[in-house]
Design a protein around this ligand. Structure first.
Ligand code: PEP
Ligand code: MN
Length: 345
């Protein structure tokens, strides 16, 4: 960080800042300019409380140089490729991955509702080229009287669908107590937008070995998002995928505003793969296809899309679910976009 002194700050005030820097075990380099003095702090100040300097007399501002996250940052590596299965326990011949040349498509219903619904959708999305099957068994619902998901019964159906199709199962875990149970059936643990800052849950999924799909909180900044990822990474699980799923704004033509600039920005500052969810990201099935194309064009490493065989009767999120036929058309259209940006689908 750089501590910028106010114009007219006294040598004693500068001295005080220098002492604080040294107390933190860091080095200082004072630069006396014609109008200002600045104290450049040398060393890893990432884990120090930078705000301490802001209220010190004579200090105008503190300019951070290092991002507050480290393991999620580009300092670690340029790009990460995350397998869609627990590579430790399920070695597969051709493991689907997120972050390589191929854009990974994860599709399925918002919620697992029953066996025939799930299997029909799973086979259809597999046929059209998906590598992962989504489906919530534990649903985070705003209204406590709404369908809450099938819980373990839903997880069992997801396992049957995997058995039949070979698709990697992605499903949400809502609480620390569910991590073990969901991990028994799922290939990828999804941490939902509403839980992005559930730090106990982040730590718990960081302490197990299944890959994690972390959704951006609906009012989280990208820095908060990456710090949430850092929780998981710092607990030892390096298989983290970031998912942009739209943020809350004043707009009402959509359910959420899909912030697609987050894709190249996250790639600029982090090595983690980025997945886009155009379903929660718009809330409207008629906007999903265009946003899939835009996401691939923007460099998304994967898409997670809600597909339902009977959207009008879906128990959750029918309005944003596309049909298997629409899914097939979408796949054809993103193949052309992917080729244009040197990717495959
Ligand atoms: C979902 O994927 O159905 C879901 C609830 O997502 P989010 O956490 O992004 O709202
Ligand atoms: Mn949903």
């Amino acid at each position: 960080m750089v501590v910028v002194m106010k114009s007219g700050s006294t040598p004693r005030q500068v001295e005080h800042v220098i002492n604080l820097v040294r107390e933190m075990g860091l080095k200082d380099h004072v630069i006396v300019g014609t109008e200002r003095t600045v104290v450049a702090v040398i060393g890893n100040d990432r884990f120090k409380d930078r705000s301490v300097f802001e209220s010190v007399e004579g200090v105008e501002k503190v300019v951070p140089i290092l991002a507050p996250y480290k393991m999620a940052s580009k300092e670690v590596r340029e790009r990460s490729v995350v397998p869609l299965v627990d590579a430790k326990t399920q070695p597969r011949v051709a493991v689907p991955q997120v972050g390589g040349k191929r854009v990974a498509i994860i599709a399925g219903p918002c919620s697992v509702e029953n066996k025939s619904q799930l299997l029909e959708i799973a086979h259809a999305v597999k046929e059209a080229g998906a590598v992962g099957l989504r489906g919530g068994a534990f649903k985070p619902r705003t209204n406590p009287y709404s369908f809450q998901g099938m819980a373990e019964e839903g997880l069992k159906l997801l396992a049957v669908a995997r058995e039949q199709t070979g698709l990697a199962v992605v499903t949400e875990v809502m609480a620390v107590e569910q991590v073990e149970l969901v991990g028994r059936y799922a290939d990828v643990l999804q941490v939902g937008a509403r839980n992005m800052q559930n730090f106990n849950l982040l730590s718990a999924v960081g302490e197990q070995s299944k890959p994690v799909l972390l959704k951006r909180g609906m009012s989280a900044t990208l820095e908060e998002f990456l710090l949430a990822a850092e929780y998981i990474l710092s607990r030892g699980n390096t298989n983290v995928m970031l998912c942009e799923r739209g943020i809350r704004t004043y707009e009402d033509y959509v359910r959420n505003t899909l912030a697609l600039a987050a894709v190249p920005e996250l790639h600029r500052v982090s090595h983690l793969p980025v997945i886009v969810d155009p379903s929660q990201g718009t809330g409207k099935s008629y906007l999903v296809d265009s946003m899939c194309r835009a996401a691939v064009a923007a460099g998304a490493d994967g898409l997670i899309i809600e597909v339902h065989n009977d959207p009008e009767h879906a128990l959750t999120d029918g309005a944003q679910s596309i049909t298997p036929v629409q899914f097939g058309e979408m796949m054809a259209s993103i193949r052309r976009i992917a080729a244009a940006v040197d990717r495959d689908v």
